[in-house]
Design a protein around this ligand. Structure first.
Ligand SMILES: [Zn+2]
Length: 115
């Protein structure tokens, strides 16, 4: 299924392929502040419709994950990293996909604070 997603102001917009039934609610020092619900897809499932120059990136701790956020509104629709097998992955913030019904998601808590 193809979903449309964006930051709040729309400067970052994209389509993403995925059948999202589960989401990860992480409690690390970053996610607990941000309040996102994450789902992981292969990088080629995300079709960005935005000039990369409009995207800002934040990295912390191991610096391995690129947290991509909008320079205008500050919302982070997705992050980028690498799966254990080396494949490029995207962590989509399901809260930035207007057609996702959060009440139908199974929320899996991830103890990122201790990883
Ligand atoms: Zn924005």
């Amino acid at each position: 299924m193809l979903h449309t997603g964006s930051c709040h102001c729309g400067k970052i917009s994209f389509e993403v392929e995925g059948d999202f039934k589960d989401a990860i609610d992480c409690n690390c020092s970053y996610c607990r502040r941000r309040g996102s619900l994450l789902a992981f897809v292969a990088k080629d499932a995300l079709h960005l419709k935005t000039d990369p120059a409009d995207i800002e990136t934040y990295r912390f701790n191991t610096m391995k994950i690129a947290h991509n956020f909008c320079k205008v509104c500050g919302v982070e629709p997705y992050g980028e990293g690498t799966a254990p097998d080396g494949k490029p992955m995207v962590a989509v913030n399901l809260r930035c996909l207007p057609d996702v019904d959060f009440d139908k998601l199974t929320i899996n808590k991830w103890n990122g604070a201790e990883h």
